[in-house]
Ligand binder design. Structure first.
Ligand code: NAP
Length: 509
C-alpha cells in the first residue's frame, strides 16, 4: 500500500491506524495513496515543535523570512508537472486552473516576501518623551506589531493551492513571524503533502527552525478540533462552510484562553441590476453573468448566487436569456461527490420553496460528479418572507429576485446576512439615484463591484476579502492581499525603554 504521512516539522510520521484516500471526481474512483491520520501524540508533537520554533522564528529578520517565502515559491514551481497532476487528480479541476492557481500561490508568497523585506508594514510609531511637559512629563512610547504565535491553517476544498497548504493564510502567517501547522483538507491530502515537502525543503535551505511548518492529515472534527484546542496554538485561519467555521469559532472562544479564528465562510454575493442597465444591455449582462455563475463550476466564495432586479417585461427577457446562456455552457465536474450532493440538496431545497420557479436547468443524465447548472427566480415578496431562499448554493446556481420597486429591493439588501461582495450594474445616467443602494450595500458587504462580476479576487493591498458575519468571523480583516498579515500580529508598546533594548525598527537612528 502507498501511504501518505504527516510532516511534523522535517520528519515524516505515520503512527496512526485510521486512513483515508482522496477521490478523483472526474473518474469517480479513489486515488491510490492511503493517508494516515495524525494521532493525538503527533498533533501535540507538531504544536510543541511549533512553539519551540516560534521562540526563534519570531526574531528572524524580515529579510530572512522573505528569503524563506521566496524559496517556498521556487520549490512549488520545481514540483512542476507532478504537482499539476495530483492537483487535477484530487480536485477534478482542469490543468489550466491548476497552473493559474499555482501562479497565484507563488505570486502571494513573493508579495509577502516583498512586504516584509522592509519594516514599515508594522506601522511603527514613536512618541518621544517630553520631560518638561506641563503639568506632567510625557513618557517615551513606541509601538510596533509582533506575531501571535503558532497558527493553525485549514486547507480550503475549493482552492487546493492558493488557499491551502502554502496559500494566502500560510504565506501571511509565515510572513508575520508565526509558525504554521496545516490541517490538510481531506480531499486534497496528496496535493498538501507534496506542497508541504517544498515548504520543509525551503525551511531547511534557508536555515529556519525545525517546526516552523508542519502538515497534518485527518478528519476535521478530530485532528482540526485537537489543534484548535491546543493551548500553544494562538490563532486559526479557515476557509469553508458556515457550519465548520462557526464550530471552530465557538470552540476557540470557549477555550480557557480564547484565540481568534479568522474564518471566511458563506456568501451569496448579491448583484443589483438597474432597470436602465437591463433596458440598454441585458444580453451582454446575461452573457457575462452566465460565465461568472458557471466559472469553476460555481465553486467560488464570490459566486453571484443572488441577482436583484425590478420586475418588468425586459427583466423577464433578461432572466430567460441568462437562463438559456447559463445552461448552454457545458456541465463541469465538481470537487468531490460530497460537494455535488450538497449542491443537489441545496438547489432542490431552494427550488422547492413556495413561489420559486426553476427557469432553466441542464437536463439529461450527467457524468458522475458533474453539476447541472440552474437559474431560478422568485418575487421580491416571497424572497423577503422566506429566509430559506437566502441560503448559499455552492455551485453553478443563481436565484433572480424580481422586486416590485426600488424600495423593496433596498429592504431585501437590508435583510441579507453579511456578504463578501455586492455588485451594482447600472448606467451613467442613473449615478445620482444610486446613493441609497450603495449606502445599504456598504452595511452588508466587504467589497462593492461596479459594472463587473464578483468572481476574480485580485491579490493587492486594496483588496478586501471578508465581510460582516457569516461572510467572515471578523469583518475588520481581509483574507486576501498583503493586508491579511494583520490577522496574525498584535500591537505592543514599549514605554521609557533604553535605546539599546528596543527592537531595531524602534531605535533612535
Ligand atoms: P467544510 O466542511 O467547512 O470543511 C473545511 C475544513 O474544515 C475541512 O478540513 C474540515 O475537515 C474542517 N471542518 C469542518 N467542520 C469542522 C468542525 N466542526 N470542526 C473541526 N473542523 C471542521 O468545507 P468544505 O469541505 O470545503 O465544503 C463543504 C461545503 O462548504 C461546500 O459544499 C460549500 O457549501 C461550503 N463551502 C463554502 C465555501 C465558500 O467560500 N463560501 C468554500 C468552501 C466550501 P473534514 O474535511 O475532515 O471535515
Amino acid at each position: 500500500m502507498i501511504t501518505g504521512k504527516n510532516y511534523i516539522g522535517n520528519k515524516l510520521s505515520g503512527k496512526g491506524t485510521i486512513v483515508h484516500k482522496t477521490i478523483n471526481p472526474k473518474l469517480n474512483i479513489e486515488n491510490a495513496t492511503a493517508f494516515i491520520e495524525a494521532t493525538d501524540n503527533e498533533i501535540d508533537e507538531a504544536v510543541q515543535l511549533a512553539w519551540e520554533a516560534f521562540k526563534i522564528y519570531r526574531k528572524v529578520s524580515g529579510k530572512k523570512r522573505a528569503t524563506f517565502l521566496n524559496a517556498i515559491a521556487d520549490g512549488i514551481l520545481a514540483l512542476d508537472q507532478k504537482l499539476i497532476d495530483i492537483f487535477t487528480a484530487e480536485s477534478g479541476l482542469p490543468e489550466g486552473r491548476a497552473i493559474g492557481e499555482r501562479g497565484r500561490t507563488v505570486f502571494q508568497l513573493r508579495s509577502f516576501a516583498e512586504l516584509i523585506s522592509k519594516e514599515d508594514w508594522r506601522e511603527n510609531t514613536i512618541d518621544k518623551a517630553e520631560p518638561n511637559r506641563e503639568p506632567l512629563p510625557k513618557e517615551d512610547l513606541r509601538k510596533t506589531l509582533i506575531p501571535l504565535g503558532p497558527v493553525v491553517v485549514f486547507g480550503a476544498s475549493n482552492f487546493p493551492l492558493a488557499y491551502s497548504t502554502a496559500g494566502g493564510d500560510t504565506a501571511s502567517a509565515l510572513a508575520a513571524g508565526c509558525p504554521v501547522i496545516v490541517k490538510a483538507h481531506e480531499m486534497h491530502s496528496g496535493t498538501s503533502e507534496l506542497v508541504a515537502s517544498a515548504i520543509i525543503k525551503a525551511a531547511e535551505k534557508t536555515g529556519m527552525p525545525n517546526g516552523v511548518f508542519s502538515n497534518l492529515v485527518g478528519r476535521g472534527k478530530i485532528v482540526g478540533t485537537a489543534l484548535a484546542n491546543h493551548p500553544k496554538v494562538k490563532a486559526v485561519g479557515f476557509t469553508g462552510s458556515i457550519a465548520g467555521g462557526r464550530a471552530l469559532f465557538n470552540l476557540a472562544s470557549q477555550r480557557k484562553e480564547p484565540i481568534p479564528v479568522f474564518a471566511e465562510m458563506g456568501s451569496i454575493n448579491p448583484v443589483v441590476i438597474t432597470p436602465a442597465a437591463i433596458a440598454n444591455r441585458y444580453e451582454e449582462i446575461a452573457s457575462t453573468y452566465a460565465s461568472s455563475i458557471t466559472l469553476g463550476t460555481g465553486q467560488f466564495c464570490t459566486n453571484p448566487g443572488l441577482i436583484l432586479t425590478i420586475d418588468s417585461n425586459e427583466t423577464q427577457d433578461f432572466i430567460k436569456d441568462l437562463a438559456e446562456k447559463t445552461i448552454a455552457i457545458d456541465p463541469q465536474c465538481m470537487l468531490h461527490p460530497n460537494i455535488k450532493s450538497g449542491f443537489n440538496k441545496n438547489s432542490s431545497s431552494i427550488t422547492a420553496q413556495s413561489g420559486v420557479e426553476t427557469v432553466a436547468k441542464i437536463q439529461g443524465k450527467l457524468k458522475d460528479n458533474y453539476a447541472a447548472s440552474q437559474i431560478a427566480s422568485v418575487s421580491g415578496t416571497e424572497f423577503l418572507n422566506n429566509p430559506k431562499t437566502h441560503q448559499e448554493v455552492f455551485g453553478p446556481f443563481s436565484l433572480v429576485v424580481k422586486c416590485k420597486d426600488e424600495e423593496e429591493l433596498i429592504e431585501i439588501i437590508n435583510g441579507l446576512e453579511g456578504q463578501l461582495t455586492g455588485t451594482i450594474i447600472a448606467e451613467e445616467e442613473e449615478y445620482s439615484n444610486l446613493e441609497e443602494i450603495i449606502d445599504t450595500l456598504e452595511n452588508r458587504v466587504g467589497r462593492i463591484i461596479f459594472n463587473g462580476v464578483p468572481t476574480g479576487v485580485e491579490v493587492c493591498p486594496s483588496m478586501q476579502h471578508g465581510g460582516p458575519y457569516p461572510a467572515s468571523t471578523d469583518s475588520r480583516f481581509t483574507a486576501v492581499g498583503t493586508n491579511s498579515i494583520k490577522r496574525w500580529v498584535r500591537p505592543i508598546s514599549y514605554q521609557s525603554f533604553p535605546n539599546a533594548l528596543l527592537p531595531k525598527a524602534l531605535k533612535n537612528i
